[in-house]
Structure formats: structure tokens, C-alpha cells
Design a protein around this ligand. Structure first.
Ligand code: PMP
Length: 378
């Protein structure tokens, strides 16, 4: 035949994730750690590289890493599931607890993968929008949960891209109000230092997601993990790809986790950098900065897409733009970089804004950018 049968119609309006490879001097668009792995860890790995068994399949349970994570969190290995990035675990949750005839609740604007994975798995998405300061509308969430048809709740804490935390009392109210699987996504836990871990013993429906991609400099390796009741882990093990976390990633992540005190200093630097960015941006006329507990800062500025373009083309600084995301009109998100990157970003912002003011005095108008590349990436 010379034709192709159509795929699932419900995927028709999904846009494929094709991150364009933009080469820039200062890349602050993906909430990555600004530094590569510390040299001492790389040296340790390099010394043992020739013993590494590339020819063998990985341990499907990531036993060594799982054990280390369980121990650090005061849990049993059966309460830990390691995944190919946090992304895989979000997807697995919707494969197990979502699917046709089932519903997931989220609170936009939030991490885009919840909605994308809902669509891919045929799960109904129930969206309870956040308020003007991106606070979760607790009353609306609780009354929606009371209807009894929600199977999964996904809440990022702190939220990406807004950076704010949900009050712990509200999270407890949510856990008390439902038997749905409640995923508290703590991808930025090492920066916020807030966790729902102490509530796990009372709530078998609480699952916590963490990642090695942010504080531990391993975004390129794809390792995340879930802390959850053993029944949850067992269910997810049914749907996950058995070898999704390769043995190299398991080995490096286990070494990194074992040596994690080494990261304290850079995490502190990132938190200081965040304050520097927030203060620097707040001092600029026309820029509204939202408080952040993560390794990025969200801000609102008039004609954000034009500003995003001028930062990129005029200064080789890439940030993430959300101008087309409902609730985030005219918002940009900058990841905390190295001290030098943060200063370059702030200087570029000052330059673009002062040129804009000068051109306004001469009667010029700002042309919005139609480019979409800045919308891609995490
Ligand atoms: N959750 C949130 C809130 C995130 O921002 C991210 C990454 N940006 C993830 C999960 C997934 O991270 P990864 O797949 O790199 O572990």
C-alpha cells in the first residue's frame, strides 16, 4: 500500500518535543546546575572506568542506588523507585493510575509534562488554575476532590516555573481529603529544603518525586527517583521499562549520591545567586519578580517575547519564555547560573531595557518576537 493508517486521533494536536540546539554564551533556560560534576568525582569514576561492564544489562531495580536513597530517607528499598529522570516516573504514574476513564488533577501554570503525559496516556486532565501570585486555590482543589473521581493529583513543590511553595497545611488537607495518588514533585527540594517526607507513614497515597538533574549536576544522565508506599512502587514496576535506567547512569548517580556533601557549597552558591538575581531584577523599572524557592526566578516584563529575543540575539543570553502560556503572559524564567553568568544576564537586561526606554522617547514601538525556540526546554 502507498498510505499510512492514522495514529491515535487524540494525539493530533500534540507538538513534538524537538528542542533546537541553540548555541549561546550564557544558557539559563533549563534549570540545570551551572557547573559540571566536581573534578574529584569525575576522577574517582575515571579510575574505575576500565572495570565497567558495558556488555551487561543493568540491574532493573538499580539496587545499589536504591539502597543508598532509601537509607538517606529513612525508608526501605521497596519504598524507592529509580527512573530515567523524574519524567519517566511521572509517565509511569499516569500509565498505572491514569489512562482512559480516569482523571488527573493539576494546578496550572505548572510543569508541562503533567498535561502532556495525561494526553499521551488518555487520562482526563482536570485543571484548577492558580491565583494571581500563583498560589494553589486550596478551596477549589478540595471541593473538586470531594467529587470523588480524581485518581491522581500532581503538584510541583516548589512549582516550576513559578518558584513558589504550597503551604504544608494545604498539602495535608489534600492528603486527608482523597485516596487519589498524590504526587508531590520535589524536583527542586535541595534548594527549597521543604519536603513532605515526614507525612509518608500516615498517607499511603503520598508519593514524592526527586531528581539528580538540578542540584547534582546530572541532567545529561537522566536519573530521578520516587519515594512512595511499597504498593505504589510495586504497581509502577509493572508498567515501567525494566532497563530504563542504564548501568552507567546507576553507577554515576550512586557515586554522586554517596558523595553528595560535596554539593553543599554549590547549592549554597546557587541560593545566593538566586537572591542576587531577584534583587537585581527587582531594581529594574517595569520588572515584576516572583519569589522563588528553586534554582530559577520568574519575572514579568512588558513585551517579554521581544526582550527574550533581544537577550538572545543581542547578548547571546538564553532564558525561557512563557509568553504564550495561559497565566504567564509576559513572563520569562531565568535559571540561576554561575556568578559570571548571572552578572552577564543582569547587564544584558539593563542594556535591553535602557535601549527600549531610549527608543520609546524617540517614538519607536516594540515588535514582539514570533520565535518559539525559547519556549522549548525545561
Ligand atoms: N518535575 C519538575 C517540576 C521539573 O521542573 C522537572 C525538570 N525540569 C522534572 C520534574 C523532571 O526532571 P528530570 O526528568 O530531569 O529528572
Amino acid at each position: 500500500m502507498d498510505s499510512l493508517r492514522l495514529p491515535r486521533p487524540e494525539l493530533e494536536d500534540l507538538v513534538p518535543y524537538e528542542a533546537k540546539d541553540v548555541k549561546v554564551d550564557v544558557s539559563l533556560a533549563a534549570n540545570e546546575h551551572p557547573s559540571n560534576l566536581p573534578g574529584e568525582i569525575v576522577e574517582k569514576l575515571a579510575k574505575r572506568l576500565n572495570e565497567f561492564e558495558f556488555n551487561r544489562y543493568p540491574d532493573p531495580t538499580a539496587g545499589k542506588l536504591r539502597g543508598l536513597i532509601a537509607e538517606a530517607n529513612g525508608l526501605e528499598p521497596e519504598n524507592v523507585l529509580v527512573g530515567n529522570g523524574g519524567d519517566e516516573l511521572i509517565f509511569d504514574i499516569l500509565l498505572s493510575w491514569g489512562g482512559p476513564g480516569r482523571a488527573v488533577l493539576d494546578a496550572p501554570p505548572t510543569f508541562a509534562m503533567y498535561a502532556i503525559d495525561a494526553q499521551v496516556t488518555g487520562t482526563k486532565l482536570v485543571r484548577i488554575p492558580r491565583g494571581p501570585r500563583f498560589e494553589v486555590d486550596g478551596e477549589a482543589v478540595l471541593s473538586r476532590l470531594a467529587e470523588g473521581d480524581i485518581d491522581v493529583v500532581m503538584l510541583a513543590n516548589p512549582n516550576n516555573p513559578t518558584g513558589n511553595l504550597i503551604p504544608e497545611t494545604l498539602l495535608i488537607d489534600i492528603l486527608n481529603a482523597t485516596d487519589a495518588l498524590v504526587l508531590i514533585d520535589e524536583a527542586y527540594f535541595e534548594f527549597s529544603r521543604h519536603t513532605m517526607r515526614p507525612h509518608m507513614s500516615r498517607h499511603p497515597n503520598l508519593a514524592i518525586l526527586r531528581t539528580f538533574s538540578k542540584a547534582f549536576s546530572l541532567a545529561g544522565l537522566r536519573v530521578g527517583y520516587l519515594l512512595a508506599h511499597e504498593d505504589v512502587v510495586r504497581e509502577l514496576t509493572k508498567v515501567r521499562q525494566p532497563y530504563s535506567v542504564d548501568s552507567f547512569a546507576q553507577w554515576v548517580a550512586a557515586t554522586v549520591f554517596h558523595e553528595r556533601v560535596v554539593f553543599h557549597e554549590s547549592i549554597g552558591d546557587i541560593m545566593r545567586g538566586r537572591d542576587r538575581l531577584s534583587h537585581g531584577l527587582s531594581a529594574m523599572e517595569g520588572v515584576e519578580v516572583f519569589p522563588s524557592e528553586a534554582n530559577f526566578v520568574l519575572f514579568r516584563v512588558e513585551h517579554a517575547s521581544a526582550l527574550w529575543r533581544d537577550l538572545l540575539h543581542g547578548h547571546s543570553v538564553l532564558v525561557r519564555q512563557f509568553s504564550r502560556t495561559p497565566g504567564l503572559e509576559d513572563c520569562l524564567r531565568v535559571t540561576v547560573g554561575s556568578e559570571e553568568e548571572n552578572e552577564r544576564f543582569l547587564a544584558a537586561m539593563r542594556d535591553v531595557l535602557s535601549r527600549r526606554r531610549a527608543s520609546a522617547i524617540l517614538g519607536g514601538s516594540v515588535q514582539e518576537s514570533k520565535e518559539t525556540v525559547g519556549e522549548l526546554g525545561y
